[in-house]
Design a protein around this ligand. Structure first.
Ligand code: ATP
Ligand code: MG
Length: 583
């Protein structure tokens, strides 16, 4: 099978576009040459042209996370892009932690980030830290001072912001702007030596306080922060700012294509300014649109707040869009890579439909996951013509896509559970499951017929007395066809398992478009987690695939680490089919 993903509607009701995907299947046999060569994305075009012109000899990219939280699906996009582009063109990718903000960063985050990248299936060439370059960055700052391109400003944060002006109004020069080189050098060294308090001084580049790009109005290069750093300890009490750090780190590592998200396009001229001013290796920055997903928030700051306020169980709560969260939920690395590949790269902000991600997850799990039967809301079925105490074991394939592959053994007895929804007393004509006097096949086994419906005092159905047809055993004689096939478990053998059923964490599709008077937390879905239980065939508890499993006719489920030897917990990864409509 091959598939085509078509963009078929743009919805402008929300500010950003929701791209709805229509996924069409085509039999490969019908059209074997239909797969067109994939068009290059704009980054591939740039890289190919740079390689062809000899501007770069080999491709070097980097993934630059700040270790101040766990990675989310947006980062997966960036990882797939950085590692994917390098791999495609025979290049390499560094992992560089952007650790210039000591108070928010932690080794816990460093470790989780490395684990997540490996899980996604990528391996970096070098593991670097912006803090590895603190000495070099400091030296370059002195260099700028000596050349009259940087000065120490004694204004406080508020004065500096005020002096910056606005887009319409030029800024005002700081009264400290024209200090001598000697004085600046001495003050900067004193800043480094810890002689001043936090916030009392900064080092600024001396560029142009009337520049139309606000970034050029004497940007801050260093701030004083007496804080312990997770790697450099107490060596530094001044820390470089992002804009003064990022491009220079790229340059030191000879990053040829420094890919970042769109909001950094206004920073690019400054990125180039530092590289030119310092006369260092010319890295270049390119911007692509960040990934936004419906019903999902992807800001580490907000995700951290959800964790700290205990609105979720942790960074790895299966409702979180973090990589550890979706992994615990049962999303596979392969599905995420497929998703990132399908959405491509764009230069315009988009809101992607989360259903496309779920579709990728189903696509992968349908191929690879083992099948088991689990009844979630049972009614008892008693087979009146079954020999009491008899147990018959049936072979059932673990994956019907691979009928020659491994199978599991399913026990069948005279007392079974079926799903309440698979029985209907006053059933319409088209109801092909079990009804009074009706027949249905129990998956992998016999056809049964409903002979009598037993109810309790409240009129609720509590038991179905049925008979089974011994001649309908699969493989024994002629195959008799009935319209419906349902799943079941033997009561005697069934294992009770806890099921955690998830819905969207947020109720609004575009979580980047929250009304002014509201908070994103106002849109938390109160029913995003429902704890329930199910009765499983015994083989489920022995599954060692390490992958989510399919509960037949229901959905994909993944064993949760909260499980113990006695108590099994399963997270619902996703339903077998879409149960909701896109907006
Ligand atoms: P957040 O706003 O969630 O804190 P961030 O951009 O501050 O994200 P970083 O750790 O600085 O997080 O990001 C590392 C890399 O991942 C950067 O290059 C950033 O541009 C990229 N990235 C972050 N979020 C997204 C996203 N939603 N889509 C694509 N790339 C992203
Ligand atoms: Mg950041």
């Amino acid at each position: 099978m091959q598939f085509i993903v078509k963009e078929h509607s743009r919805n402008n009701i929300v500010r950003k576009n929701i791209i709805n995907y229509k996924i069409e299947f085509m039999e490969e046999a019908k059209n074997p040459t239909a797969e067109e060569p994939k068009k290059l994305n704009f980054l591939e075009e740039i890289i190919e042209s740079d390689l062809a012109s000899g501007k770069v000899k080999s491709v070097m990219t980097r993934f630059p996370p700040e270790p101040n939280g766990y990675l989310h699906l947006g980062h997966a996009k960036s990882i797939c892009l950085n590692f994917g582009l390098a791999a495609k063109y025979g290049g390499k990718t560094n992992l560089r932690f952007d650790d210039t903000n000591p108070t928010k960063e932690d080794t816990e985050y460093v470790d989780s980030i490395k684990e997540d990248i490996k899980w996604l299936g990528f391996d970096w060439e070098n593991e670097f830290y912006a803090s590895d370059y603190f000495d070099q960055l400091y030296e370059w700052a002195e260099d700028l001072i000596k050349r009259g391109l940087a000065y120490v400003d004694d204004q406080n944060q508020e004065e500096i912001s005020k002096g910056r002006g606005t887009v319409e109004k030029p800024g005002i020069e700081s009264p400290y702007r024209n200090r001598s080189v000697e004085e600046n050098l001495q003050l900067f060294r004193d800043m480094k030596a810890g002689k001043f308090e936090d916030g009392s001084r900064v080092l600024r580049a001396k560029i142009d306080m009337a520049h139309p790009n606000m970034m050029f109005r004497d940007p801050i290069l260093y701030r004083i922060k007496h804080a312990h750093h997770h790697r450099t300890g107490d060596k530094w009490c001044i820390y470089p700012m992002y804009d003064y750090t990022h491009g220079q780190c790229d340059s030191i590592e000879h990053i040829t294509h420094s890919i970042c998200t769109l909001e950094f396009d206004v920073h690019r001229p400054l990125y180039d300014w530092f590289i030119n001013a310092l006369e260092i290796w010319p890295s270049h920055q390119y911007e692509f649109a960040r990934l936004n997903l419906t019903y999902t928030l992807m800001s580490k700051r907000k995700l951290l707040e959800l964790v700290q306020k205990k609105l979720v169980s942790g960074w790895d709560d299966p409702r979180m869009p973090t990589l550890c969260g979706v992994r615990r939920r049962g999303y596979t690395a392969k599905a995420l890579r497929m998703f990132c590949d399908k959405i491509g790269v764009s230069k315009r902000d988009q809101l992607m439909d989360i259903q496309l991600l779920e579709w990728c997850v189903r696509q992968d799990l349908n191929e690879r996951s083992n099948r088991y039967m689990v009844v979630e809301d049972p009614i008892k079925v008693t087979l009146t013509n079954w020999e009491p105490g008899k147990v018959e074991w049936f072979d059932a394939p673990l994956n019907p896509a691979d009928p020659e592959g491994a199978s599991r053994k399913v026990p069948f007895t005279g007392e079974l559970y079926i799903e309440r929804a698979d029985f209907m007393e006053d059933a319409p004509k088209k109801f092909f499951r079990l009804k009074p006097e009706g027949e249905v096949r129990l998956k992998y086994t016999y056809i049964i017929k409903c002979e009598e419906v037993i109810k309790n005092a409240e009129g609720e159905v509590v038991e179905l007395k049925c008979t089974y047809d011994p001649t309908s055993k699969p493989g024994a004689g002629e195959w008799r066809k009935v319209k419906g096939t349902i799943h079941w478990v033997s009561i005697e053998h069934a294992k009770e398992v806890e099921l955690r059923l998830y819905d969207r964490l947020f109720t609004q599709a575009n979580m980047n478009d929250i009304p002014e008077d509201k908070d994103y937390k106002d849109f938390l879905n109160p029913d995003s987690l429902i704890v329930s239980k199910g009765y499983a065939e015994p083989a489920l508890l022995e599954d060692a695939s390490g992958l989510p499993v399919q509960f037949e006719r229901d959905g994909y489920f993944f064993k949760d680490p909260d499980s113990t030897a006695e108590h099994f917990v399963f997270n619902k990864t996703t339903a077998l089919k879409d149960s909701y409509k896109p907006e």
